[in-house]
Write a protein that binds this ligand. Structure first.
Ligand code: CIR
Length: 269
């Protein structure tokens, strides 16, 4: 996902789909999930794709009272020895965090835990990492107070943070972009201008993808020149293959139906 560099992607948390998943929030890509069994199958294939490509995956139990609990990316942000526990931007999702926070504090003993407090709010899905350069989406879920807490942490770590305004037709920064490698950003025409990311560091580029493939812009880069992409986005696939990456393609239909993308379903730590 978004906040660790490629070489740090060895372990990830995923979380099972809740029995109440049908009631997940859906206002952007989807109009709500319709088939929990299909969603669970797609989610299993996702976890399998991570583990068969060298990621040690831990699966947390679902929370039946939280329809969106599968989208763990929003609940915690792991950056270079620190775990930031944001105040999730949608009130209905705030109770999802405790088991994730417990797991990370138990398994990352040397890490410093930083807990955000209201009025700051932020979803992990608004953070994107390109090598050691960070971007944060200013969105309906992430406000200026949240951004300034993230900036304090990144200042302390010596990393730059750039703010990207998220258009009203999108949920998060990572809903519409990703870093399949440490030097490529994929972004959709019609949603973001390449200038939104500022001047790219040497050797890095923003690759613009046609607007109709906006969902496909969310990918998970893995070590060994591999990248997980969603099924149905031929330009994304060709663009990445042309750059020598091997694409692992997953059916995300029932995850997309709840506005979830590939990165939303895991936290690398
Ligand atoms: C929500 O609206 O919060 C969920 N239905 C989807 C969250 C997707 N998470 C992400 O983009 N990081």
């Amino acid at each position: 996902m978004a906040t660790v560099r490629l070489d740090q992607k060895s372990r990830a948390i995923v979380r099972l789909i809740s029995d109440s998943y049908i009631n997940a929030l859906a206002n952007y890509f989807g109009s709500g999930p319709t088939d929990i069994s299909a969603a669970r199958m797609q989610h299993r294939a996702y976890a399998d794709a991570l583990s068969s490509n060298g990621v040690e995956v831990t699966t947390l139990e679902a929370d039946q009272n939280h329809p969106d609990c599968v989208f763990v990316e929003d609940q915690a942000v792991v950056i270079d020895g620190h775990v930031l526990l944001p105040v999730p931007g949608h009130e209905s999702r705030r109770g999802e965090q405790p088991p994730i926070a417990d797991f990370l504090s138990h398994h990352l003993k040397g890490h410093q835990i930083c807990k955000m407090e209201p009025p700051a709010m932020m979803d992990g899905g608004d953070i994107l990492r390109l090598g050691d350069l960070f971007f944060v989406g200013r969105s309906t879920r992430t406000n200026d107070d949240g951004i300034s807490e993230l900036k304090d942490l990144l200042d302390h770590l010596g990393h730059e943070l750039r703010v990207v305004d998220i258009p009203s037709g999108a949920l998060h920064l990572t809903s519409i972009s990703s870093t399949p490698t440490d030097n490529i950003i994929l972004a959709p025409e019609g949603y973001l201008a390449p200038e939104a990311f500022g001047v790219m560091p040497d050797g890095c580029e923003v690759i613009m993808i046609p607007e109709e493939e906006v969902y496909g812009c969310n990918t998970i880069g893995l070590p060994g020149n591999k990248v997980i992409i969603a099924e149905g986005y031929p330009t994304v696939k060709k663009t990445l293959e042309d750059r020598g990456l091997e694409c692992i393609i997953l059916d995300m239909e029932q995850i997309r139906a709840a506005d979830g993308s590939l990165t939303c379903c895991s936290i690398f730590y």
